[in-house]
Write a new protein. Structure first.
Length: 197
């Protein structure tokens, strides 16, 4: 299985983004030293795509498949793409505050700790729908791991399209998120331009 092993802070620096969007509190004191080179239009488009892939932990082929699916949906392709990425199960676990980072959320799903509508799901890319109930398995709820996670993520704001019950480690998808409520610093129009060439 392909895994992205690039150091997180180094990658954040090269993409010019804040590690907070990944759930990481660390800051890098180093500055990216680039000579005053003007980035080409293609370079800007590629960087936005890499940013989206890096934030959601998606590799190239699945990302392209998301784009094709978003293109077939009604409405704007860019907004549809961001909505599809946001509805991934690992991202929803992260947004509910049951994981410190999206990578940890992916691991939690992989290790079969998550139930969707009472059924065990261990596919991080599983797309949830409005009305789905997501919860941590009963046998895992009392583990020290989730107590530690909730201590760290307790102050994190849960998006308005999700409803979280921190005590029961359970959450509900109230609605499919619109692009306006997704707080990811990605210009999806540049991604659409890149793929439509």
């Amino acid at each position: 299985m392909a895994v992205d092993r690039v150091p997180v802070l180094k990658r954040c620096r090269s993409l010019g983004m804040d590690p907070v969007y990944l759930g990481i509190d660390k800051k890098s004191t180093r500055q990216l030293r680039r000579a005053n080179r003007k980035m080409s239009e293609y370079g800007l488009q590629l960087r936005e795509k890499q940013k989206a892939k890096f934030i959601y932990g998606v590799l190239e082929k699945p990302f392209r498949n998301y784009y094709k699916k978003a293109d077939k949906m009604a409405g704007q392709t860019g907004a549809n793409l961001m909505t599809l990425l946001e509805l991934r199960l690992d991202n929803v676990i992260f947004r509910l505050g049951y994981a410190r980072t999206r990578r940890e959320a992916r691991q939690i799903v992989d290790h079969k700790h998550v139930l969707v509508n009472g059924k065990q799901v261990n596919i991080p890319s599983y797309l949830v729908q409005a009305g789905d109930v997501i919860e941590i398995r009963e046998s895992k709820k009392t583990s020290q791991r989730y107590k530690d996670i909730l201590d760290v993520t307790g102050g994190r704001l849960v998006p308005e399209w999700l409803d979280a019950n921190q005590d029961a480690l359970q959450g509900t998808v109230k609605e499919v998120p619109a692009r306006e409520v997704i707080d990811v610093p990605v210009d999806e129009m540049l991604i659409v331009e890149l793929y439509s060439k």
